[in-house]
Design a protein around this ligand. Structure first.
Ligand code: FES
Length: 97
C-alpha cells in the first residue's frame, strides 16, 4: 500500500523543522509560531504584544526560512525574525541576543 499526502496526513503528521540555538536544538512544526514552541521547550524569549506590533521578540535568524501568515506591523531588521508570529519553513539557526 502506498502513502499519499492529504489533509488527514497533515493533521496527524505535521511537518517538522530543526531549530538550532547554539549547542541546543529542538524540532518545531509549521502549525504554530516559533515563540510558543521555544517557550514550550523552556527557552525564554522577550515579548510584549505577541501579535507583530512591538518587535520585542526580535531574534537573529542566522540561517533558514520563516514566513508570516500576515505581514507584521513591526520593523523586521535584516537577519532577524519576529518569534511571536514567525512560522518556520525550513531548518533554521537562530541566536537570541
Ligand atoms: S512580541 Fe511584539 S512583535 Fe513579537
Amino acid at each position: 500500500m502506498t502513502s499519499t499526502s492529504n489533509s488527514a496526513d497533515k493533521d496527524t503528521n505535521p511537518v517538522l523543522h530543526k531549530v538550532t540555538l547554539g549547542e541546543r536544538f529542538l524540532m518545531v512544526s509549521e502549525d504554530e509560531p516559533l515563540l510558543v514552541q521555544l517557550e514550550r521547550a523552556g527557552i525564554t524569549v522577550e515579548y510584549q504584544c505577541r501579535e507583530g506590533y512591538c518587535s520585542s521578540c526580535s531574534i537573529k535568524l542566522l540561517k533558514g526560512t520563516v514566513v508570516y501568515l500576515s505581514e507584521p506591523l513591526a520593523w523586521i531588521h535584516d537577519g532577524h525574525l519576529l518569534a511571536c508570529c514567525a512560522i518556520v519553513k525550513s531548518d533554521i539557526d537562530i541566536a537570541l541576543y
